[in-house]
Write a protein that binds this ligand. Structure first.
Ligand SMILES: CSCCC(=O)C(=O)COP(=O)(O)O
Ligand SMILES: [Zn+2]
Length: 201
């Protein structure tokens, strides 16, 4: 079994888990793992497939622009370019993109960024519970991964491992798929709490 297929198996297992949570409905969402940094190479889920039914082979190796390396039968995620940008800028080992509702709802209420403070769950998001203020950036949606990547980089804070794309979904990253998942789960809780307590004001 090739290294890419081994990573593909891990991506498929994660995607099935997120699907069970209702965070990868239909063909939504995509996942990546960084394979190498010089040059940058990522394994990313293939585009347009039911993410709850991926196999170990539904994975594509892409370059620093999110373009597929030659000789592969599947198309990479349409959002592979943003995964690659996040992997490069943030040094992420894994990036998960989820169509989970809480971040999208929060972005409607706080389109300039979502502020969180004084919550124990911040520790699970890679921050300290006593951090003065955690601001999760929000950027407008675009079909152009270059535009999204520029918006991400313009508001990038190395301490905050997430980006909300308005009316679309959320990107969360970490050293590996497990850390990215823990952060995504805790961020979803934080944003549900925030919207429930402050969303109507
Ligand atoms: C209903 S999914 C629309 C496209 C999208 O936002 C997404 O996350 C999935 O795209 P992919 O190319 O990775 O299948
Ligand atoms: Zn998406």
């Amino acid at each position: 079994m090739t290294a890419l297929v081994t990573v593909g198996r891990a991506l498929a297992a994660e995607a099935a888990r997120y699907t069970d949570l209702g965070w990868m409905r239909g063909t939504s969402g995509n996942l990546s793992v960084t394979l190498g940094r010089d040059p940058l190479r990522l394994a990313v889920t293939a585009s347009g497939l039911d993410k709850g039914e991926l196999t170990a082979h539904d994975v594509v190796e892409v370059d620093e622009a999110g373009e597929a390396l030659p000789g592969q039968r599947l198309r990479p995620s349409a959002e592979a370019g943003l995964h690659a940008r996040i992997a490069r800028v943030a040094g992420a080992g894994a990036v998960v993109h989820l169509h989970v509702l809480a971040p999208v709802v929060a972005a409607e209420r706080w389109p300039d960024g979502i502020e969180l403070r004084d919550l124990e769950m911040l520790k699970g998001f890679g921050r300290a519970a006593h951090d003065d203020l955690v601001r999760v950036p929000v950027v407008p949606n675009s079909q152009d991964m270059g535009v999204l990547g520029d918006a991400f980089e313009a508001g990038y804070d190395p301490a905050t491992p997430a980006l909300v794309v308005a009316r679309h979904g959320v990107y969360v990253w970490g050293d590996d798929l497990l850390e990215a998942r823990w952060r995504a789960e805790c961020l979803e809780w934080l944003l549900r709490f925030k919207t429930a307590i402050e969303g109507g004001r």
